[in-house]
Design a binder for this molecule. Structure first.
Ligand code: V47
Ligand code: SF4
Length: 360
């Protein structure tokens, strides 16, 4: 164990890459603080003491979804199901305008794969938000939606991406990645596009000039080897495109879900996973703690475990809260700044593309 930590330290200090086997050994390592210290060192080399946050608003336009992933407590089969909804264009615009008035720089917009909404609806949303609230960066959809729109319109993903870009899409979040391994996907999201397809579509998005994030849903039925495989595929894609901005490990919330044996994530596993992500993904500049899923306390401690981004104000979150997340619905800018300061770090408000807006 001592050898493992010493070897990884030497690699971090010389900028050498850690191997898949070393990443697996780190997952098996009981010395959480040693792993965290290495991740903090790697992060410090990249980002110093800065911790980024942004002022944003999530909008989930519909929870009607043809996929019905077993880990998802948010989705409904149709509008008649209890809690099923689809927002009208004017409701989406109201939320975006409220966000802009509250100082937001970003709209984060994703939703279910609705069986009846036409592709034009999404183009209309993009164009209307841009016309109404031109200051907002629209970060929306994932490789899963792009593939769905391509099927819907009988076009290639490239054509769909170009149309969305022309209508106002500025970048994409990192959802839908889950765990790439096919055996795991079979259990948690059998109807969703394969991991291979997620990577392929994301590569096309990067080639079209849009930045995206990447996520990993962990703490359900996957093994450590599945996590390392997931990280490895992301590192390889990032080597080819450089299009990823942040990596966001999403801690599985088990309430109201249908994952057989899915149990959720403890603090130790969450911190170790964030730290190993920082160590392994040497070509990702940012590792983000998504406080909605991790909770406020683990997110704050994560800042000493290699994390340099703590997401945003969020305002209205459904996906995690429907699955039992006990975090607040939103945080104010002051709460985020306070949380970062108390971890002895430098809070920096950023825009979606990591341009610095203000240092606190
Ligand atoms: O793809 C669904 C996950 C994702 C559950 O890119 C769940 O900046 C935990 O991708 N427990 C959507 N997670 C959220 C997402 C995201 C969030 C914040 C920032 C960014 C970004 C992206 O939420 C889904 C899925 O992986 N999810 N159900 C659940 N029960
Ligand atoms: Fe649909 Fe996304 Fe939920 Fe899966 S995670 S059921 S694709 S909304």
């Amino acid at each position: 164990m001592i050898n493992l930590i010493q070897n990884i330290r030497a690699k971090i200090e010389t900028g050498a890459r850690i191997s898949d086997d070393e990443a697996l050994d780190l997952f098996a390592c009981d010395d959480l603080l040693a792993v965290g210290e290495l991740a903090a060192l790697a992060n410090h080399q990249l980002n110093g003491d800065k911790v980024y946050f942004n002022v944003n608003r999530h909008i989930n336009y519909t929870n009607i979804c043809v996929n019905r992933c077993t880990f998802c407590a948010f989705s409904r089969e149709n509008e008649e199901d209890e809690g099923g909804y689809t927002l009208a264009l004017n409701e989406i615009l109201e939320r975006a305008a409220e966000a802009q008035d509250a100082g937001a720089t970003e709209i984060h917009m994703v939703g279910g794969l609705h069986p009846d909404l036409p592709f034009d609806f999404y183009l209309e949303i993009m164009a209307a938000i841009k016309a109404d609230s031109p200051g907002l960066h629209i970060k929306a959809f994932t490789a899963v939606e792009i593939d769905y729109f391509a099927t819907l319109t009988e076009q290639s993903p490239q054509q769909v991406i170009e149309e969305l870009k022309a209508a106002g899409l500025d970048s994409m979040p990192g959802g839908g990645a889950e765990i790439f391994a096919p055996e795991v996907r079979q259990k948690i999201c059998p109807e969703k596009i394969s991991g291979e397809r997620w990577l392929e579509v994301t590569e096309q998005v990067h080639r079209a000039g849009l930045k995206t994030n990447a996520t990993m849903l962990f703490g359900h039925v996957e093994s450590y080897a599945d996590r390392v495989d997931h990280l490895s595929k992301l590192r390889q894609l990032q080597d080819r495109t450089g299009g990823f901005q942040a990596f966001i490990p999403l801690a599985f919330q088990p309430d109201n879900t249908r994952v057989p044996g899915g149990k959720g994530v403890g603090g130790v596993d969450a911190l170790k996973t964030l730290a190993i992500s920082r160590l392994y993904l040497d070509n990702f500049r940012h590792i983000k703690a998504y406080w909605v899923m991790l909770g406020m306390k683990v997110s704050q401690v994560a800042l000493a475990f290699g994390v340099n981004d703590i997401d945003g104000t969020v305002v209205e979150e459904q996906i995690g809260h429907d699955a039992g997340a006990d975090s607040p619905q939103q945080l104010s800018k002051e709460q985020l700044v306070g949380l970062i300061h108390k971890a002895d770090k430098q809070p920096v408000e950023r825009d979606t593309l990591y341009n610095e807006i203000k240092t606190y």
